[in-house]
Design a binder for this molecule. Structure first.
Ligand code: 1CP
Length: 358
């Protein structure tokens, strides 16, 4: 498998791990959220072969295959496990289906009775095919490419469980948080502990680092942010440590705005992912002195192409120092993204990055 991918040899090391662990990398590491997905024709083909999206997630051979696909096309520094944040609720017994053309559907959890019906015992064991996928990917990657495992953050996963799927405002979940409902706090704790074990198993199977996705972290104001975003992240980092797992954790807490600084200082993560509304200057001046930063290219820049794409890449690379930066988007690729724009983005990145340091 690795022969089909760019291989810079073991002597260069994993640029992503260098940045996450505080060393100067041989080049600026880059990977992209949703780098495997519907914008790639080979993904659509493999997904059709798998049958459904969930069948694809639980098939180690096919999910490893789609994980490799973007790496054959683009010269990247990391692979991200192909799976979904909603597999944990499914393993907890909350049901899950993806209906054609719609988002996910889960059985809503909205009371203590519902919470008590969940099955936290052995939850990580029910996700064993995912660790098999991780092991397969790990064996097939070139030496310089890091493997990223992941899960959803407790707040974001809880929103899908309470709402019973995606929801534009997530009001039921935000109300449960604002009222401090006991069942809701119990739910968040269950997701948190399940996530620790799930991530630990991914690392044991070969993941070099993990990213925790808190897509809806921006839902919460002062007071609730500490309780439902910062505290669960800290618990995950601490829980991994207690479990003997010592890999850097990337925290992607989307939409925090100026609270991103508090998140960087207090969440315990080793790197913070940022979305595009956050000024690049803020990433460089406020966040990068605290920890390495990841992001934050507007996914629409990749849809639109040059000149906005070139300018956006140049601004990021010239503003944030190489040893404190993981090049990425501010959120996942849109399915409509032209592949040639991704190629151009990577070419601009490499050009500006080398110009920056010579
Ligand atoms: O039709 C398809 O092929 C399904 C589309 C799809 C894909 C490609 C879904 C359904 N999930 C995924 C893969 C996925 N999801 C990955 C793979 C690794 C990669 O990045 O390449 C990852 C990391 C996720 C994580 C994920 N799933 C998040 C967090 C990140 C984010 O995008 O904000 C969230 C919120 C989900 C839920 C989810 N899964 C899929 C959909 C359509 C949704 C969103 C539902 C909604 O909010 O309405």
């Amino acid at each position: 498998m690795s022969g089909e991918m760019f291989d810079h040899g073991p002597e260069k090391g994993k640029a992503l791990m260098d940045v996450l662990e505080g060393r100067m990398p041989w080049r600026r590491p880059a990977w992209f959220m949703r780098q495997a997905g519907r914008y790639l024709p080979e993904y659509r083909e493999t997904r059709a072969k798998a049958g459904s999206f969930l069948d694809l997630c639980y098939d180690p051979e096919l999910s490893a295959e789609v994980t490799f696909q973007p790496l054959r096309r683009f010269d990247l520094d990391a692979a991200i496990l192909f799976a979904d944040i909603l597999l944990v609720p499914q393993a907890l017994g909350a049901g899950l289906s993806f209906n054609a053309g719609e988002g996910p559907v889960l059985e809503p959890v909205r009371s203590m009775e519902d919470v008590l019906r969940l099955k936290p015992e052995g939850v990580a064991d029910r996700l064993s095919s995912i660790y098999e996928t991780v092991a397969r990917i790990s064996e097939g990657l070139p030496a310089h490419v890091a493997l990223i495992g992941f899960c959803g953050a407790p707040w974001t996963v809880a929103t899908y469980m309470v709402e019973g799927g995606g929801s534009p405002e997530r009001l039921r979940t935000r109300m449960a948080a604002a009222r401090g409902e006991e069942w809701f706090d119990r739910l968040v704790d269950i997701i948190t502990e399940a996530s620790i074990e799930y991530l630990a198993r991914q690392v044991e199977a070969g993941a070099d680092t993990v990213q925790v996705f808190d897509t809806w972290a921006g839902d919460l104001g002062d007071g609730l942010r500490e309780k439902y975003v910062i505290r669960p992240f800290r618990r995950i980092v601490e829980g991994l440590g207690e479990r003997g797992i010592d890999v850097p954790v990337i925290g992607f807490a989307r939409g925090l705005g100026a609270a991103q600084e508090q998140f960087a200082r207090e969440s315990g993560v080793q790197c913070v992912g940022c979305s595009w509304p956050l000024p690049v200057d803020y990433m460089a001046e406020v966040l990068a002195p605290i920890c390495p930063v990841q992001g934050n290219l507007d996914p629409v820049a990749v849809m639109a192409g040059d000149p906005y794409l070139r300018e956006a890449v140049e601004r990021i690379v010239r503003t944030i120092p190489r040893e404190r930066h993981v090049f990425n988007l501010g959120h996942g690729f849109k399915p409509e993204t032209p592949i040639e724009n991704v190629e151009r983005m990577v070419a601009w990145l490499r050009e500006f990055d080398s110009a920056d340091t010579t």
